[in-house]
Design a protein around this ligand. Sequence first.
Ligand code: HEM
Length: 241
Amino acid sequence: MVPLLSAYVIASMDTTINAIGNTALLFARHPQAYQEVRAEPALIGPAFDQSLRLEPPAPGFFRRTTQPVDIDSITIPADTKVLLSFVSANRDERKWERPEEFLVRRNPVDHVALGYGVHGCAGQGLARLEAHAVLGALVRRVSSIELAGRAGPQAQQRHPGHGFAARHGTHRKAVSEMSRIVVDFDRCEGHGLCEQTAPEVFRLDDEGELRLTHEEVAPEDERAVAAAVRVCPVAALKVRP
Ligand code: HEM
């Protein structure tokens, strides 16, 4: 009983808190959208789903294959750890028109931020209820929201996955060409996925600023750096020969 209840507490706490927080942040970044929702509270549900689609609190989960699996002409061998990247699927431009945009009138109920199939989120009804209660109170009582400092959805969440969506071109970059890492600091938003993917090379300092432990790509880091380049959600990383 205790493990079951612990599983529920872990699955239900930060996910819901982050989802509601991310929605408030998106409202702050999109004042026009916030005013639309205030004028038409029926849009709270679609806005919340839109926030889940763009910034899923659980960006992905791992699975292990029990047999070889063919996906999109790639064969994943048996007994391989695979990342199901919800954040990537939710921004896949083959599925979503203008995938990066927070459009409160789009009702993206078929995003995968709550999982899918037999392991779909068991608490999604409760999560939606909580979100409706909090966001409903917000739109009733707060006329506008302004950011008071630096912030980013999922800023604390470090998880590979952002940016995998159908960016096939970068996937094909030859690892042997790589030698030097270039960071576009104007683009970097401190998501930290590079640190998560290649911790030997990338590090976020206490201020959330990206630091490189070294700029040349050591042979043992090539794969991890290539992966970090791919997962960066704002394309702030490059590797130059
Ligand atoms: C916005 C809030 C939430 C998000 C984004 C979320 C997300 C998810 C996701 C992505 C999964 C699928 C995991 C997988 O594929 O293995 C999942 C499963 C699950 N969630 Fe949630 N969740 C939320 C809220 C909650 C709440 C409030 C509860 C409990 C009251 C809960 C309980 C569970 C449980 C028990 C599972 C496992 C289902 C299974 O494997 O059969 N979740 N959740």
